[in-house]
Design a protein around this ligand. Structure first.
Ligand SMILES: CC(C)(COP(=O)(O)OP(=O)(O)OC[C@H]1O[C@@H](n2cnc3c(N)ncnc32)[C@H](O)[C@@H]1OP(=O)(O)O)[C@@H](O)C(=O)NCCC(=O)NCCS
Length: 192
């Protein structure tokens, strides 16, 4: 199991040292800087436009209210990735959490997404969540592959459900991870 105390330092397989901390409202500007450093392609698929200060402010109020918990990964230059577990206010979905993971392009495929996901799984388990969902478009092949490697399975495909930043309709893929079906043994496989 992940040691669920923050901040903590982790070492990626290539030796890079990364600090992981609970995100708080003081990280607002770091999130905006992270968002503005995303590639055009990544921006196209953003669920909400986190380059906009008011959108990040909404995120910060979700953190404050406990609807979201986010883990922030930093290197010496700033925020390089995050993982969020978000709970919907509706009581009948209280067993479900939505996972959102985003890693700076320079850190992709270096094990950071896997580490952040493993950490946020532990947080979600601590919240008593039973099922985790992740949303992405059917065009995000890399993200789908990565989430499959992390133990998620595709659960639904909703045709023309979302519009990208340019207004093009896209199919939404909903992937899920059943926490009860994947207890410590699986947590070990997502830990480096
Ligand atoms: C999805 C995402 C978070 C993965 O982060 P990452 O740091 O690159 O992932 P990791 O390096 O930890 O890789 C995790 C696993 O996925 C695999 N993987 C990563 N990127 C991949 C890609 N583009 N294609 C295929 N497999 C990939 C890795 O090989 C690894 O598998 P392993 O366990 O066999 O080693 C990252 O690509 C990202 O930020 N994408 C944009 C945001 C997004 O789409 N998020 C998903 C919706 S919430």
């Amino acid at each position: 199991m992940s040691d669920n105390t923050y901040p903590k330092s982790i070492t990626l397989p290539d030796g890079a040292l990364v600090n992981i901390a609970l995100m708080g409202t003081g990280d607002r500007d770091a999130v905006l800087a992270f968002a503005n450093g995303l590639s055009e392609e990544d921006m196209l698929f953003l669920r909400v436009d986190i380059t906009q200060p008011e959108v990040v402010d909404d995120w910060m109020s979700n953190l404050k209210a406990g609807r979201s918990i986010s883990l922030a990964a930093f290197d010496d230059n700033g925020l390089i990735g995050y993982a969020t577990v978000h709970r919907n206010a509706a009581p009948w979905t209280r067993r479900v959490g939505e996972i959102r993971v985003n890693v700076n392009q320079l850190y992709r495929a270096r094990g950071l997404g896997k580490n952040l996901t493993s950490e946020i799984f532990a947080v979600a388990r601590g919240l008593g969540l039973k099922k985790l969902m992740a949303n992405m478009t059917s065009d995000q092949h890399g993200a789908q592959s990565a989430f499959r490697r992390l133990g998620f399975v595709p659960e639904a495909l909703l045709a023309d459900y979302v519009e990208d930043r340019k207004g093009t309709p896209r199919d939404l893929v909903i992937m899920s991870y059943d926490i009860d079906g994947h207890t410590d043994a699986i947590a070990d496989t997502v830990r480096i």
